[in-house]
Design a protein around this ligand. Structure first.
Ligand code: ADP
Length: 484
């Protein structure tokens, strides 16, 4: 086993600095867990102007230099902020990262090509030579190929190995053929080799998969699913061909940053030994959202990007039947217009039962995890899913569809054996979901069983402890291969 490793995480979003989804949670907490196992871990991300001013004001300059992004001579500022003992580097160039959105920009192929190149160029300048560069999702796809093509001829870069983690295969970074030379500065031979293109387009995700030394994804079930046409998003053949280098490691969450006993964002603190604070959270949330303050009505929470993946059409198709039950439904999310409109409309029709919060709000999210009784995640597919893990941590029982990481983390309650930590349904079917919600509510009314489930969820361990060790094993395998 390798001794102290140096690892650099490269990501387009990192919590708490910038976040649109679970990727930020992962890169905001996994490095800490690996560091705690005795390794030197650092993180690098773009310095968006959207980063909360509370953090922006703490970022310190390290150095700056100029680099060439193909024909353009570009400024690269390298700044840093140390948080919980981890150095977070920020790549600063206002013309690329002073934008109103993270990913909805027409020149995103240039933004992230620049980011990958700037990260590679920064390393000798900050005197950090990682054993492993750990890339994440399509925004960092070009890094491995740039490393191999342009840098590994130099001693400094020679032994660096790359790991590429797929957090969601749907988002691939697909661009016109011309950007291969224009933007990435890569020779045309790569097009002919087929490692950078799919469907006659340059594909950043495929590049990352094909050119990195090892590939991981965020659950064992998803690692298998993406080799099939149903879940492979057109790249299932790539996943099958690279199957020997593909590993599924389930995500964890930070148990320190998400602790109902100390969390300052929620109405009252509590633990599995004393759940009175949990009822306080439900009451507080009902009051804040203008719902009837009734302790006995089961409250279902849903926090999600409002996109097709999340199974929202299932909810739409049985909403009237669901509203016949005595329930409250609290939604927090943003995304596709059609879903934003749908939930606003449902809340308008059922003001006593539904609260639709169409926005991004990290504090309200925490209040919903703490205040709800049940958390709904009927995803069509789910690489890992973190919301079900936050829910368990806050004593809120998840209802999930059995796919991807939901399948690997939630076992449906079995009334015969008493085993399980949530409720689940197999087929992507609205009636199956509705039946499962009703089944869950029937157990909610059996207080002894319910309390047992709540405590079991809170006392279970979905921290990074074991998954961080699995990542380390993979890193060591790569590094040991290198030294042989
Ligand atoms: P995905 O990465 O597909 O969005 P995950 O379940 O892995 O799904 O992670 C979603 C993360 O984003 C969770 O931390 C969840 O609480 C958070 N989140 C999603 N939508 C919102 C929102 N509107 N406001 C606050 N947090 C949100």
């Amino acid at each position: 086993m390798t001794e102290k490793l140096k690892v650099l995480f490269v990501s387009s979003e990192v919590a708490p600095f910038a976040k649109t989804g679970g990727l930020a949670d992962v890169v905001g907490s996994l490095p800490q867990a690996i560091k705690e196992l005795g390794h030197d871990v650092r993180v690098v991300m773009p310095q968006y102007s959207k980063i909360d001013s509370k953090y922006l004001s703490q970022i310190e300059p390290v150095l700056y230099f100029r680099t060439r992004v193909v024909w353009r001579d570009d400024y690269v500022g390298v700044n840093k902020l140390e948080r919980d003992g981890i150095i977070n580097y920020f790549i600063d160039n206002k013309s690329y990262f002073d934008r109103t959105t993270l990913y909805e920009n027409d020149d995103k192929h240039v933004q992230f090509a620049y980011f990958c190149r700037a990260v590679l160029e920064m390393l000798p300048k900050v005197d950090f030579k990682p054993d492993i560069i750990h890339c994440n999702d399509w925004q960092t796809g070009p890094l491995s190929i740039m490393l191999k093509e342009d840098y590994q001829i130099y001693d400094f870069y020679k032994d660096i190995k790359t790991v590429y983690t797929i957090h969601n295969l749907r988002y691939q970074g697909v661009f016109g053929k011309e950007i291969l030379e224009d933007t990435l500065g890569l020779p045309y031979k790569y097009w002919n080799w087929g490692v950078v293109c799919h469907d006659d387009c340059v594909n950043y995700m495929k590049m990352g998969i094909e050119m990195s030394d090892m590939i991981t994804t965020v659950s064992k079930t998803y690692a298998e699913e993406i080799k099939t046409a149903e879940f492979g998003e057109g790249l299932d053949y790539v996943m099958r061909m690279n199957g020997d280098d593909l590993y599924g490691i389930v995500n964890g969450i930070s148990y320190k940053d998400n602790d109902p006993e100390t969390d300052e964002r929620i109405y009252a603190n509590y633990n599995s030994g004393d759940l009175t604070g949990k009822s306080e959270n439900k009451r507080g949330l009902q009051e804040e959202l203008g719902l009837p303050q009734a302790a006995e009505i089961p409250m279902i929470g849903l926090i999600s990007r409002l996109v097709d993946q999340k199974g929202l059409d299932l909810i739409a198709s049985v909403i009237d039947e669901l509203m016949e039950e005595e329930v409250q439904l609290v939604i927090l999310g943003t995304g596709n217009n059609q879903y934003e409109k749908l939930f606003r409309e449902i809340a308008r029709r059922y003001p006593q039962k539904v609260s639709a919060n169409i926005k991004y709000d990290a504090t309200l999210a925490q209040k919903i995890y703490a205040g709800s009784d049940i958390f709904l995640m009927p995803s069509k597919y789910e690489p890992c899913g973190l919301s079900q893990l936050f829910s368990l941590r806050y004593g809120t029982i998840p209802i999930v569809r059995e796919t991807g990481g939901l399948n690997d983390t939630i076992q449906s309650y079995n009334e015969v054996t008493g085993e399980g930590n949530g409720f689940s349904f197999t087929y992507y079917d609205a009636q199956d979901m509705l039946y499962t919600i009703k089944r869950t509510i029937s157990f909610y009314q059996q207080k002894e069983i319910w309390t047992k489930l709540v405590k079991r969820g809170m006392e279970s361990d979905f921290s990074w402890k074991s998954s961080a060790k699995e990542y380390l094993k993979l890193y060591s395998k790569l590094v040991d291969k290198k030294s042989n």
